[in-house]
Design a protein. Structure first.
Length: 213
């Protein structure tokens, strides 16, 4: 549990990743209301559900099937719409950029390329000179836990923290044995905190470990 002195930055995609999308949004909102310094980013899932609710009935039906708890009589709750619309695309810190997807290094204005910040897969190398050479921390692209740890230990300029917390069984692309964790990086100490998925039916026992950076 965070303290009121902690700053916690969340990298997006709070919905469609498990059975309790609504509770997840409510939990984040409640922490903020209680005075915790929680800074959530917009993920592509939040952006897409807002777009579907406004313009795409067929896509909206998919979201209703995927996360029925998010809807009341077939419509998104107004408090959730307001919250998701308020989410920024990136955060800039003295030594870091935090983003859900990534940045388009080929753009003259990468901090205005919102689509890339939501959906880009950060598989390309870092380009020196991009915004003062800050480290980029991102989600969106699932990475094996060993890959995440190596990027942190090597202080790479692009570090992904998405370990596919919802990938807990055989997957057609990813090695689920090395997935299924929620990762948090302490930006002061560079220690990686790893929480196994502990939803009912996934793990019967709570597991937590700290990996030194």
């Amino acid at each position: 549990m965070p303290t009121l002195n902690d700053q916690i930055f969340l990298l997006g995609d709070y919905i469609n990743k498990g059975p309790d999308s609504r509770k997840t949004l409510n939990y984040i909102r409640d922490l903020i209301k209680k005075g915790f310094k929680i800074y959530p980013l917009r993920g592509n899932h939040e952006d897409e559900i807002l777009e579907a609710a406004a313009n795409d009935l067929e896509y909206l039906k998919w979201f209703i099937r995927k996360s029925p708890d998010m809807f009341k009589k077939g419509a998104l709750r107004k408090k959730h719409i307001k919250f998701m619309k308020s989410l920024p695309y990136y955060y800039e810190l003295p030594d870091f950029y935090l983003v859900h997807g990534g940045f388009n290094f080929n753009s003259k204005k990468p901090l205005k390329d919102y689509k890339s910040m939501l959906c880009k897969r950060m598989s390309v190398g870092y380009q020196p000179g991009f915004e003062d050479n800050k480290i980029i921390i991102h989600g969106h692209q699932p990475l094996e836990i060993d890959d995440i740890l190596n990027k942190i230990l090597n202080r790479e300029k692009i570090i992904g923290l998405d370990n596919g917390v919802n990938y807990v069984k055989t997957h057609k692309i990813y090695n689920y044995i090395k997935m299924g964790n929620l990762c948090a990086l302490n930006l002061d100490t560079f220690k990686l905190h790893v929480q196994k998925n502990c939803e009912p039916g996934v793990l019967a026992k709570f597991s937590f470990k700290k990996i030194p950076g």
